[in-house]
Design a protein around this ligand. Sequence first.
Ligand code: BGC
Length: 821
Amino acid sequence: MKKTLFEYEKTHLKQLRKIAPECMVLLKSNGDFPLEGPGKIALYGSGVRKTLKGGTGSGDVNSRYVISVERGLRRAGFTITTETWLDTYDAVLAEARREFIADIKKKAYAQHRLPVMVGMGAVMPEPEYEIPLDGGGDTAIYVLSRICGEGNDRNAGTGDFALSVTERRDILALQKTYKRFLLVLNVGGPVDLTPVMEVENILLLGQLGAITGLAFTDVLLGKSYPSGKLSATWAPISDYPSVGTFGEKDDTFYHEGIYVGYRYFDSVQKEPLFPFGFGKSYTTFKIGKTSVEAEDTVIRVKAKVKNTGERKGKEVVQLYVSVPSGRLDQPYQSLAAYAKTGELEPQASEEVMLCFDLRDQAGFDTDACAYILEKGKYLLRIGTSSRETEVCAEITLKKELVVKTVSHIAGEVELHDWKPEPVAAPKEEEQKRKPESLTLNPEKEEEAVEPPRVSEEAAEFVKDLSDEDLARILVGHYSQDHGYASVVGEAANLVAGAAGQTTDEIEGVPALVMADGPAGLRLARDYVRDEKGARAVGDDLPAGMEELLGPVSGAVVKGTRLKKKKELEDQEILHQYCTAIPIGTALAQSFSPAAAEKCGDIVGDEMERFGIHLWLAPGMNIQRHPLCGRIFEYYSEDPVLTGLTAAAVTKGVQSHPGCGATIKHYCCNNQETNRFQNSSAVSERALRELYLRGFEIAIREADPVALMTSYNLLNGVHTSEREDLLKTVLRKEWGYGGLVMSDWVIRYMADRTAHYKVANAALSVQAGNDLFMPGSAADYRGIVMALRGKNPRCVLNRGEAEKSAARILDTAWRLVRERNR
Ligand code: BGC
C-alpha cells in the first residue's frame, strides 16, 4: 500500500478535520475540559484503540486508514499510562470474537443458511471482564464504542443498547477515582446512559470517518469545539413508544403513527435522558431579540444570538411549531426550521434567520384525502433544544386552509394509529419574551405539478429496440460467468468494487456506474484491469464478512472476485483511495447544511476521479426505532432535519459534473430483521407526514438524480412494485423526473420460510421502478417474458417499459455528457 497520501486525500482529510467537531455533541460538561495541553492520560474502553469510523455493510467505506483515539492523542504528545490495560483488553476481545463467530456459524448451519446471511451486521455484545484500572495521572478518558450494520438489528440487552456490567462498573469507578474524567461515545446510535448519568463530562464523539481520533484530539485540547445537537431522542429502551412493533419477521406494525421520537416524548411529557436538538458547548449562548414576519404562509423569524461565555463556539437556533389540534390530533410540536451561527467569539453576537412555509406543517386528513391547516392558533417556539424553547409568536389562522388535495395511497391496512391522551401542556420554560401576534388569511390551494417527461431523443431510441435489448437496459449488468446473479462487488466491470452498473452491451447506451455510501465512496482500494474489466484485489469485503464465509461461499467470492496479490506479480496494481466521512447521523447532528454540503462535495470529487456516476446515498429513512441496525446511516427521527441534510449532501455531490446522488431507501425501511421480505404496516397519515416528508424535501430542494426504492414491502406490496408510491406520489405529486432504481434484490438471499416473496423485476418495472438492480439472468428473462405476455406473474406493457428505459438513457446520456465536457 502506498504510504504517502495523494494531494486530494490530504485536502479532503483537512476539510473533514474542520467539519468533524460540528458533528460532535457535548452531552454533559462541568468545565474540566478542554485540557490546557497534552500530558499524562489514562485511556480505557473498547474505542480507544479500535476507534470506529462508521458501521458495517454497504455503508462501510474502504478508507485506507482510520486514526484511532489512541493514535490521535499520541501524535499530539500525550503519554498514555494504560498500555497494559489496552493490551489485555485486545486479548479479551479477540477471544470473545472467536466465540461469537463460531456461534453464528453453528446457528446458521443448524438453520441450513449461510453464516454470512445470518451474521451480517450482527452485533457482538461487549464482553465482560476484569482488568485493573490502574493507569497513572489525574485525567482519564473512557471511550465506549458500539458497532452495528446492515443485515441485523441491534439488541436491547447489555453490551449493545444497554451498557455491559463491566462498562457500568468501570465508568463509575473512573468518575470517582480520577480528578478529571470524560466519557466518550464512539457510537452510531443511542445507548442507554441511565446507569452512568452521574458522570459529569460526556461527549458524543460519534463515528466521524478517517479522522475520528484527530478531530477528537482537537476538541480535547480546545483547538476546536463541539457544536452538534442530537438528531434523535436518547432514552432508556422501555421509554420509546412501544404500541407499535419492531423487528417482526413478516409484518411490522407502525401503530404509533406520527408519534415517533420527540413527537412522542413531548406529547406524553416523558422526560428523556437527552432530548432531540440538545447539545452543550464549551461556552454559553443566549437568544435575544426575535422578530417575526409573514408573507402569505411563508414565515421568517430573525433571532439575535449572543455568545455569553468565555470561549469560542457556534449555536444552533431551532424553531418548532405547535399546530392546534382540531379534527386531527397533533404532536406537541414539530421542527420547522433551524439555523447555525458562524463562529462566535466571546461576547460576540449574530443575527440568524429561520424561514419556513406554514403549509409544510399541514396535517394529512385521511377522510378528506388532503393536507390541511386547521383554523386556530399556531405557536412558534424558538430555542436551543426541543426542551428549551420559548414562544416567540402566535399565528392565528382564521379559517381552515386546504393546502393540497391528493389521491389515496398505501392501500388498505388493518391499523389504528395510536393517539396520546390529552395531557396538560408540558411545563414551559419560564416565558421571558412577549410573543408577537400575526393573523394569516391564506386561501390558495397548491396547484398540481406537471409530471415530467422523458426526452424525445430517448423515446425515439428505445422505440426500435428489441425486447431483449429493452430488458437489458432495465436490469443492472450481471456477470455472464455466473449467469444467475451478481456476486457482491462483481456487479460492475468498469470500476472495481462498485456496487453495480447498467448494461454496457448496447451501442449508444453508456453504462452508469454506481457505488455505495453514505459514509464516503465505497470502492475497492486496490485493483487490476484485465480482459474481464476492473477487478478488485485483496480483501475489501465489508468488515466482518470474510470471517463469516464458509468454505463454499468463500471459494465463490474469492475465486471470482478477489485475486490474491501474489498471483498478480506482473500486473500493475492500481488504487482507488476513498475518504471515509462522518456517518449519516453525525452529519445530521451538525445541523449545518454547509458542513453536509462540503461532505457531499468531497464524495463528488472522488466520484469524478474514479468514474462513478451515481452515489448510492444519502440514506434517509426515519430513525423510527433506536435498535435499527442501519440507524447510523440515517439522519434523524425528524423528517425536516432528514430532508434538509439529504438536500445539502446531494447539492455537494451534484456540484460535480456527471455526478448524481441516489436518495434511499424509499420508503419505510426502518429495520433490518428479515429485510428483504418484511412488510411495514403504516397508516397513510404517518406515511405522508413522516416517512415520505424527508424525500419530498430532498427532491424539492436538491433534485437528486436518482432514488432507490427499499427492500421492504409497504402494507403487503413491495415498494418497488407500488404504482402509488412511484407514479402517484413521486411523479404526479412531486414532479420528480429522476431515475428510480430498486435496492439490490438477490433472489438467493430470500428466506424461504418467510411469508412474503422478494421483489420481482417485471412487476417493479410495470409499477414505475425504472431499473432493477443489481440484475440477474432470471430478472432479465422475467422482463422479456412479461413483455411477451408469457410471464405468469406480470404482463409488462411495452409503453411502460420504454418509458423506464428512456429515463435510464436520459440519465446516462446527461451524466456521461456532463463528465466528458
Ligand atoms: C443495500 C443498499 C445498497 C445496495 C448496494 C443493499 O444491500 O440495502 O443500501 O446501496 O445493497 O450495495
